[in-house]
Structure formats: structure tokens, C-alpha cells
Design a protein around this ligand. Structure first.
Ligand code: AMP
Ligand code: ZN
Length: 501
């Protein structure tokens, strides 16, 4: 019998585990703070986006439709600073990193949100929101022409992060986008133009938006004043999300997001992985060292989102082996010739069904991926043993495959795109002059990345011609040259076929 389980998640705002539901009875409307596209993302960033992907996929398993909005912060202090240093307009500077971000998301199997919203394309909405706050005297203008939010005017300030805000200084201000950990301050809604900086001419005066207003304006534009869930990494809880709530609720007098989902940090040797600590790995770094995208996905997902995950290379190797075992198992069950006449084994069938129920229940229980993963490996061991002893019936094999499909609709690691993704990373390293970062193993195995299909066809044609001219030494040299670059040639009656190793 199937247990029907509701999907429950921890809500930072209430401090409790609560059922997740779509308040319109149809689609889960949710917003996730997206990347600031000033550089390549590191795998800590991707831990957050992977768990949001997990949430999407699990909600879908529970029959919810999805309306997921993610912003791209394409104007902020860091982008302006780096673009100035590179002598480029901010749009040109950030486009490269935005493209890289979505390539990395795809490589990690992260689904695209239904809606991507760019800060620079939504300035009007931000200005309108600030004007609403100004009309209530909650937003105020300073002498330099910037606008600030007066937090003393929002009594609920601190309700998300549970900060004790006694003794906050009325009117003390902060104007940088960088995270401010401890102090509650009036924060910038609109920053007056400084020489050389990108700015917009608006009724507020010339300037650019602060970071927090962007998410409030875009979330409410696409999802309405009140919506189901808001997500981000744990560092965003304060001040970013606290400020989003303040700006939105002060303007609308309605609750902003009902449920708040925060992913704990990825650590390296006990410290948070971050650009400022300098202890970070990008996805590309790891692919060029020979680690597989699927193993990185599986590792980052295997520890539940409310636990910190300490990144180690041993962990990544373990994850590679786990993905291999799952793929080998999937191939075995899919291609094996399981006999209809094999004795029905109720114990095994019950075990597979229990694995299925445990898998679903673990995910429904605040996305407990560690237990969900364990449930699948229990089934893998039992079914492998049955297959080893010729006790696996076709019906049990089919139930196992259905469970593997369900598992993969969430974890998405069974399809093998790894070699192609590494090849793409290698081509990128080549184009960026970063071949020094490539491990010798990867160069040896994937050295053909620099050869396009047309290059290979040309070398193959040259070899065919050499053979015709009975210049066998040249033909062999060409075959070896291709082999060194990972290209295998097969001579057949129809001509020469080649494939990448
Ligand atoms: P950013 O591009 O810096 O705005 O960050 C994008 C997302 O990654 C945000 O949701 C951050 O909270 C999250 N993030 C940053 N560092 C880490 C980390 N070490 N572990 C998990 N999430 C992180
Ligand atoms: Zn945000």
C-alpha cells in the first residue's frame, strides 16, 4: 500500500517545519535570489541553486505546477568596479559571466526557472516601489541625492533573522552592496550617480538601484504582492531578505513571501567557501582536474540543505563511485534478460516497494536527501544480490526501473553527459588561455578538444590519400597523431569511420 505523504519544509520565518502548498491551488509561486554576474560562480553558489532545483523537482513529484522566478543582478558595486577596470560597459562585462553561469547550471543538471528577470530591465518597477515608500515618508532622500529606507518605520524589521534590534540608531545608514552582518541600518534604495558610473535618469534623480530593492520589485512584478516561497543561501537572510520584506510589506501592507527557504553554506576545511576567503572552486576548476559534473551534482545534493557540507576531494571521489554504481546498476537492470518464469519473490518485491516509499517519504521530510539516497542503495544491493542468484523476475526488474526513474527525476545523474561536459570545459580553458589549469590526465584523455570535426575529417582524408599513394609511413603517422588526441579510426568497407574516445 502506498503511503500518501505531504511535502513539508522548514520555514525560516516561522521557525517550524510546515506543509508546502500552492496558495492559488495550482502552481507554487516562488522566487530565488540569483547570481551577481561579476565573475564565475563557485560550487558553494551552486550548492544553493542545486537545492532549489531539488525543491522544484520534489514539488513536481508532489503534483505541483511551478512558477519559479530568478533574478540576475547585472548591476552592483562589484560589476561596476570590474567593468570600469576592464574598460567595458557593464552590459558587455556581465554578459560573459551570465552566459557562463547558465552553462554551469546546465552542466550541473539544474533546470531553468520559468522566468529570469534582469535588474537592468526592471528599473521602472524599482523606481515605482521607492516612490510608494517615499509617499509614506518611509523612503527619504539624502543630500547627495540617494534614497534610503528608514527601518525604524517598519516595526516587523528583524522578524526573519530574529535579530534583536533594540537600540538601533535611527537614521544610521549603510550604502554598500556588500553584506553587513551585524548591524541593522537604514539601507540604500537608490544610489546617486558617482562620476564614471552607470546611471539611469528617473523621477528619483539620476542614479542606480540598491541591491535589495531589485528583488522586491521583480518578485512582486511576476508573482504578485504575496507569494508562496522565497529562497536563497543562508547569508542572504540578513540583511538582504530582511530588507526585501521591509520594503515590500511597508509598501503593500500585505505579507510578502509566506515561506522562506535557506540553504546552509558549503564549507572548505571548516570555512565558508567564498570569493573573499579565496578558498573556492568553480565548476570549471573541478572539471579540468578530471572530476565529473555528475559527481559534483550528486555530492552537493547528498547532504541535506539544512546541514553544512564540508567539501573534500575524498567526498568527491566517493560520489563519483556512487554515481558509477548507480549507472552500472541501471544498465544491468535495463538490459538484463530477466525471466518471466523466475520464482516470484515476495520479500524482494516488498523490499523494492519499501525502498520506493522510504525514498518519497525522506524527500517529503524537509528534503532529506541523505535518507532518500540510502533508500535507493538498499534497493540496489538487494536487487543486485537477487540478480546474481538468478532470482530476479521481470516484474521486480520493472518495479526497480520505475523506482530508478523516480530517483533520477530528482537526482538526475543517470544520463552520462560527463565526457562531453569535460570536453566543453577544456575548449573553454583553451580559449581563455587557461590550459595550465588542466590536469595531465584530462589533457591525455580529452586532448582532442582542440580538434573540430572538420579538422578530424581533413586529417582522415589526408591519411586515405597517403594510403592510396602507398605512403604507409605517413598514413600510420597520421593514425597515431589522431590516436594521441583521442580519435579512434576504424577502416571498413564503406570507408573510414572515426570516433572520439
Ligand atoms: P551571489 O552571486 O554572491 O549573490 O550568490 C548567489 C547565491 O549563492 C546566493 O544565494 C548565496 O547565498 C549563495 N552562496 C554563496 N556562497 C555560498 C556557499 N559557500 N554555500 C552555499 N551557498 C552560497
Ligand atoms: Zn534577492
Amino acid at each position: 500500500m502506498k503511503r500518501r505523504v505531504a511535502l513539508e519544509l522548514f520555514n525560516t520565518l516561522s521557525g517550524k517545519i510546515e506543509p508546502l502548498y500552492a496558495s492559488d491551488g495550482h502552481a507554487l509561486r516562488f522566487y530565488c535570489c540569483g547570481p551577481t554576474v561579476y565573475d564565475y560562480g563557485h560550487i558553494g553558489n551552486f550548492r544553493t541553486f542545486l537545492h532549489v532545483d531539488l525543491l522544484r523537482r520534489t514539488a513536481r513529484l508532489h503534483g505541483l505546477a511551478l512558477h519559479h522566478v530568478m533574478n540576475v543582478t547585472d548591476v552592483d558595486d562589484k560589476i561596476i568596479r570590474n567593468a570600469l577596470a576592464a574598460g567595458k560597459p557593464i552590459g558587455e562585462y556581465s554578459a560573459k559571466y551570465e552566459r557562463a553561469f547558465f552553462e554551469d547550471m546546465d552542466a550541473l543538471g539544474v533546470e531553468q526557472p520559468e522566468q529570469i528577470a534582469h535588474a537592468t530591465e526592471n528599473i521602472d518597477g524599482m523606481v515605482a516601489l521607492i516612490e510608494r515608500l517615499a509617499a509614506q515618508d518611509i523612503a527619504y532622500k539624502t543630500e547627495d541625492g540617494s534614497w534610503y529606507f528608514r527601518i525604524a518605520r517598519f516595526p516587523g524589521y528583524g522578524k526573519l533573522s530574529k535579530k534583536d534590534l533594540d537600540g538601533i540608531e535611527d537614521g544610521a545608514r549603510v550604502d554598500v552592496d556588500e553584506y553587513e552582518k551585524d548591524a541593522a541600518r537604514d539601507f540604500a534604495l537608490w544610489k546617486a550617480t558617482k562620476p564614471g558610473e552607470t546611471s539611469w535618469q528617473t523621477p528619483l534623480g539620476p542614479g542606480r538601484p540598491g541591491w535589495h530593492i531589485e528583488c522586491s520589485a521583480m518578485a512582486m512584478k511576476y508573482l504578485g504582492d504575496s507569494f508562496d516561497l522565497h529562497a536563497g543561501g543562508e547569508d542572504l537572510m540578513f540583511p538582504h531578505h530582511e530588507n526585501e520584506i521591509a520594503q515590500s510589506e511597508a509598501a503593500t501592507h500585505k505579507p510578502f513571501a509566506r515561506h522562506w527557504f535557506h540553504v546552509r553554506f558549503l564549507l572548505v576545511e571548516g570555512k565558508k567557501m567564498s570569493k573573499s576567503e579565496g578558498n573556492f572552486f568553480t565548476l570549471r576548476d573541478l572539471l579540468l582536474k578530471g572530476y565529473r559534473a555528475s559527481a559534483i551534482r550528486f555530492l552537493l545534493l547528498s547532504v541535506p540543505y539544512r546541514h553544512q557540507l564540508n567539501f573534500t576531494f575524498d567526498g568527491l571521489t566517493e560520489s563519483t563511485n556512487a554515481v558509477d554504481r548507480l549507472r552500472t546498476f541501471n544498465d544491468r537492470i535495463r538490459t538484463g534478460n530477466w525471466l518471466d518464469t523466475a520464482p516470484a519473490d515476495d520479500t524482494l518485491t516488498n523490499l523494492i516497494r519499501k525502498g520506493d516509499a522510504d525514498f518519497t517519504a525522506a524527500l517529503a521530510n524537509d528534503l532529506n536527501t541523505a535518507e532518500a539516497r540510502a533508500a535507493i542503495f538498499d534497493v540496489l544491493r538487494a536487487v543486485n544480490t537477487a540478480a546474481d542468484h538468478s532470482r530476479l523476475s521481470r516484474s521486480a526488474a520493472e518495479e526497480t526501473l520505475a523506482l530508478l526513474n523516480k530517483f533520477d527525476s530528482i537526482f538526475a545523474v543517470l544520463e552520462d553527459r560527463d565526457a562531453d561536459l569535460t570536453r566543453t570545459a577544456l575548449a573553454w580553458a583553451e580559449s581563455e588561455g587557461r590550459l595550465a589549469d588542466v590536469s595531465p590526465d584530462v589533457l591525455e584523455k580529452f586532448g582532442s578538444a582542440s580538434l573540430t570535426d572538420a579538422d578530424i575529417d581533413a586529417l582522415v582524408a589526408e591519411r586515405t590519400l597517403a594510403k592510396k599513394q602507398r605512403n604507409f609511413a605517413r598514413a600510420d603517422a597520421l593514425r597515431n597523431e589522431l590516436l594521441e588526441k583521442g580519435i579512434l579510426l576504424e577502416d571498413s568497407k564503406e570507408g573510414v569511420r572515426w570516433k572520439r574516445q
